[in-house]
Design a binder for this molecule. Structure first.
Ligand code: GDP
Length: 211
């Protein structure tokens, strides 16, 4: 997967407005300030890519970044500290939920969680939606440089334990500042975005319709 070629393509206000030509996409979600923009920039090796999602008018939108061959990274709106009226937050939440539950092209969810504050309400909600939608989930415990090695490992192990009950959940340490876990995160994305189903589809298309 060519992460360095990622390019912003479009912002969608809701599920209906999402591009129709996406073959596979992985969504990134996190409370505001979790380190999501930094992680997207680090993973794609582009300093300013995710800043697009933070420009006025785009913060409540679903932002699409194209990789190669119809593959996308999707930056989902984060909130938490954002002082927005409850009504706006509810609407946002409904749109997010709809996207996560119904988006056909979605093959996995990356949840970014500050290693110093895991298990907040937003994270639990996202995990629940992933479970209910049978969506593979991978958690990045961000800013891992903020904790000493032992403490970071302890948090990693305790989240791993919680995820053990899920069919398809995993977690890793991540630091944009110190470049921790970047290859591991890229490997997970590549794995999801080139899943066997999709290779089948491409092969079938090449061979023509089955008898
Ligand atoms: P977002 O709101 O989730 O997109 O978060 P940002 O990527 O904008 O990061 C929020 C704050 O955390 C910024 O001040 C970043 O500099 C800081 N930050 C992000 N990643 C790291 C990291 O890996 N280590 C440390 N120490 N700080 C980070």
């Amino acid at each position: 997967m060519n992460f360095n070629q990622a390019q912003f393509v479009v912002s969608a206000a809701n599920l209906k407005a999402c591009p129709l030509d996406s073959l596979a996409e992985v969504a990134f979600a996190g409370r505001s300030n979790a380190g999501k923009s930094s992680a997207i920039n680090t993973i794609t090796g582009q300093n300013r890519l995710a800043r697009i999602s933070k420009t006025p008018g785009r913060t409540q939108l679903i932002n699409f970044f194209a990789l190669n061959e119809g593959r996308h990274l999707v930056d989902l709106p984060g909130y938490g500290f954002a002082k927005v009226p409850l009504k706006v937050k509810d609407k946002w939440q409904r749109e997010l939920e709809q996207y996560l539950r119904q988006r056909d092209a979605l093959v996995g969810l990356i949840l970014l969680s500050d290693i110093r504050h895991p298990r907040k309400e937003f994270d639990r909600m996202m995990i629940d939606w992933a479970v209910q939608s049978d969506l593979p989930l991978h958690i990045l415990l961000t800013k891992s440089d903020k904790l000493k090695r032992g403490a970071a490992q302890n948090t990693l192990l305790s989240v791993q334990k919680e995820l053990a009950a899920l069919d398809n959940g995993s977690v890793q340490l991540f630091s944009s500042l110190k470049n921790v876990g970047v290859d591991e995160a890229r490997a997970k994305l590549s794995d999801w975005l080139s899943s066997p189903n999709m290779i089948d589809e491409v092969e079938n298309e090449a061979e023509g319709p089955a008898e």
